[in-house]
Design a protein around this ligand. Structure first.
Ligand code: 5SP
Ligand code: FE2
Length: 218
């Protein structure tokens, strides 16, 4: 069974809580919150105050995708704001193992994201220390981009590594995922599906969520 993580980047920020209520009512399990700093990625979004304003009003896993430089500096602020799962980019962490340990010391789940050009090999030695790997299926920074097909063998490579190392962690995919291509990523090994524009841009969110689930049966 997959878990769905609508990305609020594609929600209507002037109506954020009511937009999120719709995906919560539709049964989506994770709330994917894209944090961008204008340095690590060429875009700026939201920070801890928005997360703490939503916390307590929404019963979903708060999945915080940090696309920021120097994430160590802000991990505690995001944990305090209400993040359940904190995802840092491999490319943004000089001492990735230390960063993961500091997320876990705060009692939060830890995930590591890989940009499309970053090899699976770079997380081989910390695979036992994390709860999730996020395979970026677009270059981070914006919603509504096209899925990069060459990420399918990468997801498969990660799945094989997990099986070889006997670790049972989540594999999340993020970027350009739709009801049309979800089967491909799930067949390759993904089990948490981020979708921004495909969900919030839909005229019938309940139906789109249903379609994501039906189409992901492999
Ligand atoms: O992290 C990111 C983009 O950097 C994503 O979470 C996007 O927000 C997903 O949006 P879609 O590609 O599904 O529209
Ligand atoms: Fe994201």
């Amino acid at each position: 069974m997959i878990k769905l993580a609508p990305s609020i980047l594609s929600a209507d920020f002037s109506n954020l809580l009511s937009d999120i209520k719709v995906v919560e009512d539709a049964g989506c399990e994770y709330l994917h919150i894209d944090v961008m700093d204008g340095h690590f990625v060429p875009n700026i979004t939201i920070g801890p105050p928005v997360i703490s304003a939503l916390k307590g009003k929404i019963d979903m896993v708060f999945d915080v995708h940090l696309m920021i430089e120097n994430p160590d500096k802000y991990i505690e602020a995001f944990a305090d704001a209400g993040a359940d799962l904190i995802v840092v980019h491999q490319e943004a962490c000089t001492h990735l193992h230390r960063t993961i340990q500091s997320i876990k010391a705060l009692g939060k789940k830890a995930g590591v994201a890989l940009n499309p050009a970053t090899p699976i090999e770079t997380i081989k030695h910390i695979i036992h220390d994390i709860d999730m790997v996020l395979i970026m299926t677009v270059n981070p920074g914006f919603g509504g981009q096209k899925f990069i097909e060459s990420m399918i063998p990468k997801i498969k490579e990660l799945k094989s590594l997990c099986l070889r190392e006997n670790v049972n962690i989540d594999i999340q995919v993020d970027g350009g995922i739709t009801p049309e291509n979800v089967k491909k990523v799930v067949s390759a090994g993904a089990n948490i599906i981020v979708a921004g524009s495909a969900i919030f841009g839909s005229n019938d969110i309940k139906q789109t969520v249903k379609l994501f689930r039906e189409n992901s049966v492999v």
